[in-house]
Design a protein around this ligand. Structure first.
Ligand SMILES: *[C@@H]1O[C@H](CO)[C@@H](O)[C@H](O)[C@H]1NC(C)=O
Length: 499
């Protein structure tokens, strides 16, 4: 049958043109996002945060080797790992959490990634685990940090030039640190799952070490910021504000998931109450694991295997309900433009962890044909995914400032991020040493940073959706590894399921 050309009467043509124009305008203000591009950049960012000896296949070539004698003052090898943000300190607590979230991203969404990005993401996880294994390589010690933050923050110096004191902070049976040891156990167990297919021998090594780290965390209970020597180095930056109990449950939950070993399930069942599992705290970040723990542990209940874990599903539900507009529960705070907002700076960390939990819980519910009970309404996976998409689209540019909060993504993105390596000239372009205070002009200039830290997501706008792109305003303009780590999973999901 021949196609019949549509017949349009002449008076209708101008109207049609107008409609077409309107449709085009609508599209251009709300262009679909290139989630795959954003995914690939979100992973690339981690190369910019690398400490230690950079490998030949390093793609962010404006960075060089750094921190090559880290650990020396304690007689151990602590070379490697990640700088947490725009400074040159290696903070173990957020580094372990970053590694857990990168690994969890792969555990849930790695199968959706194109093979090349999966390889890049595994390399990012391994950069974290290689370092974490060094921190627990000596009996009865966990090295929790390298670098004196006060001395470091007093300088604006490239990591490659760093000449500040590389103090080594350690926890021991007498001065324990169950939060760092517990988070390290979680990171190694989650990473063992991420590596199970690609490198089974490494996966086994990670799992054995996860169990060792957990045993140390549980045998010698305490918070690292109660130790005066460690406190001076970690507080107020990554002080343990909310206790170590959540990391013990979190570490056990990851070991249970990775090993299916019943002794970790018993641990959760026997210690949940005393360790505060039922406190129903709606937080998830480097310090507070509760909402993540509830989602993670709910999986076993949802799959119908362990009824005693029902309270975790109830807590996960009540957290999800605070994010669902139709529910009658009290809601989380949003900016007028629709971004999740929590006071305290580096707000995007909340946006990405919560988007990750929304998508992960949606998957658990979808696979078991269940819903969230929000009192008056039952909420399905599609609704959770819609909430996550709204957050990630805001982050990528659908916001009142019309700016992408991911550096290097889209046409408009932050130019003056609070990041030493990005804002100082590269060693390649300026091989001469730039001392501590000689970096100040680069900090103070209004010019854009010379090195684009592709994929870095900054702290983001304030509660009024405003963003000044000001290097000095670190609460808004500094990227961190734990903002990006969960975002890797979120972007993998949307790259595979764009609508
Ligand atoms: C389960 O984990 C415990 C604690 O790490 C360990 O002692 C035990 O050998 C493990 N069981 C199996 C079957 O691997």
């Amino acid at each position: 049958m021949a196609a019949v050309p549509p017949r349009v009467s002449r008076p209708l043509l101008p109207l049609l043109l107008l409609l077409l124009l309107l449709a085009a305008a609508g599209l251009s203000t709300c262009a679909p996002h290139d989630y795959l591009d954003a995914l690939s950049k979100s992973i690339l960012f981690f190369e910019g945060q690398r400490s230690g000896v950079l490998p030949p296949d390093q793609r962010l070539t404006w960075r060089g080797h750094s921190g090559l004698s880290d650990g020396y003052e304690a007689g151990v090898d602590l070379v490697g790992g990640y700088y947490d943000a725009g400074d040159n300190v290696k903070f173990g607590f957020p580094m372990a959490f970053t590694t857990t979230m990168l690994a969890w991203s792969l555990v849930e969404f790695g199968a959706m990634m194109p093979p090349a990005e999966l390889r890049n993401a595994l390399a990012a996880v391994r950069w974290g685990t290689a370092y974490l294994l060094k921190t627990i390589a000596h009996p009865n010690k966990v090295f929790v940090q390298v670098g004196d933050p006060l001395k470091d923050h007093n300088c604006w110096e490239r990591p490659e030039d760093m000449d500040t004191t590389r103090t080594v902070y350690v926890v021991t049976p007498e001065n324990p640190g169950s939060e760092v040891a517990g988070e390290t156990a979680a990171a190694l167990a989650a990473a063992s799952m991420a590596f199970r297919q690609a490198d089974p021998a490494y996966a086994e090594l990670l799992l054995d070490n996860a169990a060792r780290a957990f045993e140390f965390a549980d045998t010698y209970k305490g918070a690292y910021s109660d130790n005066p020597g460690v406190k001076a180095g970690v507080c107020p930056f990554y002080c343990n504000f909310d206790g170590y109990q959540d990391e013990l449950l979190w570490g056990a939950a990851w070991l249970r998931r990775a090993s299916s070993n019943d002794s970790f399930l018993s641990y959760i069942q026997n210690n949940g109450k005393t360790l505060g599992a039922e406190d129903n705290i709606n937080e998830f970040g480097w310090d507070n694991k509760h909402a993540g723990l509830n989602v993670l542990v709910s999986k076993e209940f949802l799959e119908g295997q362990v009824m005693s874990l029902e309270s975790y599903k109830e807590s996960a539900d009540s957290f999800m309900c605070t994010l669902i507009p139709e529910s009658s529960s009290s809601h989380i705070q949003y900016t007028p433009g629709g971004l999740i907002y929590k006071p305290g700076g580096s707000n995007m960390q909340h946006v990405t962890t919560i988007a990750f939990l929304l998508l992960t819980y949606a998957d658990y519910l979808a696979r078991t044909s269940q819903t969230v009970n929000c009192g008056n309404v039952a909420v399905g996976p599609a609704s959770l995914r819609r909430q996550a998409k709204q957050q990630v689209d805001y982050l990528l540019g659908d916001n009142p400032m019309r700016i992408s909060y991911m550096v290097g993504y889209g046409d408009r993105y932050p130019q003056r991020i609070h990041h030493r390596g990005s804002s100082l000239p590269s060693k390649r372009d300026h091989p001469e040493f730039i001392a501590c205070k000689e970096g100040s002009p680069y900090f103070n200039t209004g010019r854009p940073n010379p090195n684009v830290l592709v994929g870095a997501v900054v702290g983001g706008p304030g509660e009024d959706d405003a963003y000044g792109d000001d290097r000095a305003d670190f609460r808004k303009s500094e990227p961190t590894t734990y903002i990006n780590a969960p975002l890797v999973g979120v972007l993998a999901y949307f790259a595979a399921n764009p609508s």
